[in-house]
Design a protein around this ligand. Structure first.
Ligand code: SAM
Length: 283
């Protein structure tokens, strides 16, 4: 009996997580990163970039629902959204579920991620790439926000971790430029890893956001394949977003016709209740 094949994710020198490879579907290098897609009995199809789990069919709904619906339902009148990264299409799928959203620009650095996710992980984008409201731009997100002129009500930084091409998306310069692209009352949300294992990543983002926005905090959700406890979403805005009450969120959720598997208006508000060890990471 052949030895099981495993994908080992080593993001930290002292911690590793492994997923059994039941069937390897794709394994190739683009100019930016190594891309793998394989099947796993519990998580379905798994996407890794340079060996790090980006998303899986089994638990992607948690991450994509919480990054998309929390700012959109808190804001209440989102028309234009910018997604930085998000090559698998899951974030675009969730954002485009809001009929009130008129336009989504998605800036992804690696065309290779988009093209093979459409082929190997079609359930993630679920038709989003064919939605006429979506404009896909293949570029570095940091360069894009430095040159763009249009404004957005919500900006979602659905990036890899701050290694390789993703590193530039965790800099003060990037956050400052992203803020300039926000319309009045706009909200910036960032993928900030797992604070129990990547504390500095969250502290760095919150320090930058605190200097840029009246309200800078984070909210949490637990994604099983983002090992190490709940992951953090950085949150920056000058608008009233956080004050949205649960009744208003319930109305907006119902009006949007959403039926989420993780997001609920109650979970939305609870996600901002932070445990002590996360609060201690604030600058
Ligand atoms: N959900 C995943 C996570 O939380 O780790 C990330 C999803 S998505 C696969 C991350 C995307 O960010 C990748 O497609 C990667 O190519 C893209 N990316 C990395 N650096 C980028 C940059 N500087 N500009 C635009 N996209 C970038």
């Amino acid at each position: 009996m052949a030895e099981d094949a495993w994908s080992h994710e080593t993001l930290y020198p002292y911690h590793r997580q492994s997923l059994r490879i039941d069937r390897l579907l794709y394994d190739s290098k683009t100019e930016h990163q190594r891309i793998q897609v394989f099947e796993n009995a519990r998580f379905g199809r798994v996407l890794t970039l340079d060996g790090v789990v980006q998303t899986t069919e089994g638990d992607e709904f948690i991450y994509h629902e919480m990054m998309a619906h929390v700012p959109i339902l808190a804001h209440g009148a989102v028309r234009r959204v910018l997604i930085i990264g998000g090559g698998d299409g899951g974030m675009a799928r969730e954002v485009l579920r809001h009929q009130s959203v008129e336009h989504v620009t998605m800036v992804e650095i690696d065309a290779g991620v988009v093209s093979f996710c459409r082929e190997y992980l079609p359930t993630l984008s679920d038709g989003a790439f064919d939605d006429p409201r979506l404009r896909l731009v293949i570029a570095d997100g940091a360069a894009y926000v430095a040159e763009a002129e249009e404004s957005f009500d919500v900006i979602l930084v659905d990036s890899t971790d701050p290694i390789g091409p993703g590193e530039v998306l965790f800099t003060d310069t990037f956050y400052g430029r992203a803020r300039e692209r926000l319309a009045e009352g706009g909200i910036l949300v960032t993928q900030n890893g797992v604070p129990f294992l990547q504390p500095d990543e969250l502290t760095g983002t919150l320090r930058a956001m605190s200097a840029l926005f009246r309200a800078a905090t984070c909210y949490l959700a637990t994604v099983p394949t983002y090992a190490g406890g709940p992951m953090a979403f950085g949150w920056g805005t000058d608008g009233p977003g956080r004050q949205t009450d649960v009744e208003t969120l319930r109305t907006r959720y119902s009006d949007a016709g959403l039926a989420c598997r993780y997001y609920t208006p109650e979970v939305h508000l609870a996600a901002f209740a932070l445990p002590g060890y996360v609060r201690q990471l604030f600058p």
